[in-house]
Design a protein around this ligand. Structure first.
Ligand code: HEC
Length: 119
């Protein structure tokens, strides 16, 4: 009886320890990557609006083109990438702040916004 109890408690503390260990790994080492949508809403929507329309106070001031418009969408992925990475006019560049992959995902997200609007 005593032995079984000891074994059970050893097993329980091992399991709890393992669980805590995995939890720490998750919290410390591997933050969930931000989705393109979250990135856009955090970093771009202040000017471009969450739907990409540019209808924000700042956007109107800067006379932003709707990111979903033909004029913007007809540019290649590379052109859009360069604008986001290097900036253009009053828009700051994001190459020091965002990874290459992040910027690529943002280009994809801008294409998605246009598709969403057409629906
Ligand atoms: C401070 C306001 C501001 C922020 C923040 C901002 N932009 Fe811009 N963005 C601009 C302005 C102004 C232009 C127009 C530049 C020009 O044509 O002179 C522009 C242009 C663009 C264009 C090209 C559109 C066109 O008219 O051809 C893209 C694509 C774009 N922004 C994406 C983004 C993305 C993605 C982010 C977030 C990582 C972002 N912008 C953040 C102000 C901003």
């Amino acid at each position: 009886m005593q032995r079984t109890l000891q074994r059970t408690s050893a097993f329980v503390s091992l399991a709890v320890g393992l669980l805590l260990f995995m939890l720490t790994l998750r919290l410390a080492g591997m933050p969930a990557p931000a989705t393109a949508e979250q990135l856009f809403n955090q970093k771009c929507a202040a000017c471009h609006a969450e739907d990409g329309s540019g209808k924000t106070a700042i956007g109107k001031n800067l006379k932003l083109r709707d990111l979903r418009s033909k004029a913007v969408q007809k540019q290649s992925d590379q052109q859009l990438y360069d604008i986001i990475a290097k900036g253009k006019g009053s828009m700051p560049g994001y190459s020091s702040e965002l990874s290459k992959a992040d910027i690529e995902h943002l280009v994809g997200y801008i294409r998605e916004l246009a598709k969403k609007q057409r629906k």
